[in-house]
Design a protein around this ligand. Sequence first.
Ligand code: NAD
Length: 322
Amino acid sequence: MDKIKILANDGIDDSGKKILEEAGFVVITDTKSALELPSFINQQNIQVLLVRSATKVRKELIDECASLKIIGRGGVGMDNIDVAYAKEKGIEVINTPAASSQSVAELVFAHLFSCVRFLHQSNVAMHHVENCHFNELKKSYSKGIELRGKTLGIIGFGRIGQSLASYALGCGMKVLAYDPFVEKGVIKIAIEEQTPIEITIKTKSFDEVLTTSDFISLHVPMPNNGQPIIGEPEIKKMKKGIILINASRGGIVDEIALLNAIHSNHIYAAALDVFNNEPEPSLHILSNKNISLSPHIGASTIEAQERIGAELAEKIIAFFSK
Ligand code: NAD
């Protein structure tokens, strides 16, 4: 019998590829353009199409490729796949929602540590070696603050929000969480091989999180109405001097309101991993030195890619073993 062929059009981690090959699948990791994809899938009789965020799997492609049995997304968001249509056509759609929660949580903490000690600014300033006024910089960046004892507000207490809470608790922070659909989270703190300590955090009202947090991090999906969750009215309720972090989706924070609030010093600093109009974020955002920036890399760690590859492989093997 012919081997089942998988096209990982946006790549797959070597460990996942190896698991699949050892289970008897053929894994092709060439990247085909949107134009080339349908004919390649048909010629090669591809049964599994794996994508990340780059490849779009729309209705037209699904209609053209009768051989497809599984569409797999390495990661969480399925905005690039017509999921309902694929399911209607009897195609299994899989993703790996939990594989990158820890990676996003760690990136949020990298930004948070950076903001409270001005690392995003001092790195840029000190790289100007010709013009590096060491003592002036030392003075400018000498009023950092500590995280321990401060309150982290988490908006959206799902997988990433709860993972973030474990890092915050580990740093000795207080955690306040808001999520209209989650009553509480049981946060596990694992210390080496010991049995994890479990800490239950009950969610609070939106207003309580907005008004009493020292730092706020957003971990929500894009609302169906496409409107920001944090705009001017919400920022007004926050403590003066807040640090705001968005590593969820561009558009969840109103960027104009954010810039205005930084300008008026209501927001002390912000950190963004996601932006309106990616991959061309606003120049006002990119040039603001009070914003710590990263180019949508929350899920992009080597460990997350390994977990994604392994989880996709397990799900594909399970599907064809039925
Ligand atoms: P999740 O579904 O596990 O959690 C999201 C939570 O938000 C849910 O518990 C839901 O009840 C809650 N929620 C929905 N609407 C809300 C609202 N208006 N206010 C407060 N809470 C609300 O999802 P997750 O895996 O934790 O991912 C969270 C976000 O992070 C998603 O937008 C996802 O796309 C994004 N993400 C970003 C990256 C990155 O690279 N930066 C990587 C992975 C995920």
